[in-house]
Design a protein around this ligand. Structure first.
Ligand SMILES: Nc1nc2c([nH]c(=O)n2[C@H]2C[C@H](O)[C@@H](COP(=O)(O)OP(=O)(O)OP(=O)(O)O)O2)c(=O)[nH]1
Length: 130
C-alpha cells in the first residue's frame, strides 16, 4: 500500500485551535483537518509545515521542535502517517486559499466537527490535555 507522510499544524492563538475544512473536490472532502500536507523529499517535518502554511494560509509560523502526536491511518487510497506539531503564528493572519472554511475553537469544542479519521487521536489528546 502507498505510504503518505503528512504533517499537520495545531495552530494555537488566544487558547483556540485553528481548524480547517477540506474542499469539496479533494480526497476526504469536507472533513476537518489540521492545515498542512505531504512532506516533500529532503524536507524536515518543520520545513514542510512552514512551506504548506505559507501556501495554504499565507501565514508564517514557528513550529515546535517536538511532535505533538503521530498516527497512521489506512484509507482506501493509502496509509497516511500523520504527525502533528503545535505552531504559533509569527506573521500574517490565516487566509482561505484551499480550504472551504476555518474555525478557531476551544479544545473542549473540537468534537463538534467531523474530523478526518487520522486526526482523531490528536483531537482527543488536545481535548484531554489543553
Ligand atoms: N493536511 C492534512 N492532511 C490530512 C490530515 N489528516 C489526513 O488524513 N490528511 C490526509 C489528506 C490527504 O490525503 C493527505 C494530505 O495531503 P494534502 O493535504 O497534500 O492533500 P491534497 O488533498 O492536497 O492532495 P491529494 O490527497 O488530493 O493528492 O493526508 C490533516 O490533518 N491535515
Amino acid at each position: 500500500m502507498k505510504e503518505i507522510n503528512v504533517v499537520g499544524a495545531i495552530v494555537i492563538e488566544n487558547n483556540r485551535i485553528l481548524c480547517a475544512q477540506r474542499g469539496e473536490t479533494k480526497t476526504l472532502a469536507k472533513l476537518w483537518e489540521f492545515p498542512g500536507g505531504k512532506i516533500e523529499l529532503g524536507e524536515t517535518p518543520q520545513e514542510a509545515l512552514g512551506r504548506e502554511l505559507k501556501e495554504e494560509l499565507m501565514i508564517e509560523v514557528e513550529v515546535a521542535s517536538e511532535k505533538f502526536e503521530e498516527t497512521s491511518y489506512s484509507y482506501d487510497f493509502g496509509l497516511v502517517n500523520l504527525t502533528t506539531f503545535i505552531c504559533l503564528i509569527k506573521k500574517g493572519s490565516p487566509q482561505l486559499t484551499e480550504h472551504t472554511k476555518m474555525k478557531w475553537l476551544k479544545s473542549s469544542e473540537l468534537d463538534s466537527l467531523e474530523w478526518a479519521p487520522a486526526d482523531i487521536p490528536a483531537v482527543k489528546k488536545l481535548m484531554k490535555e489543553m
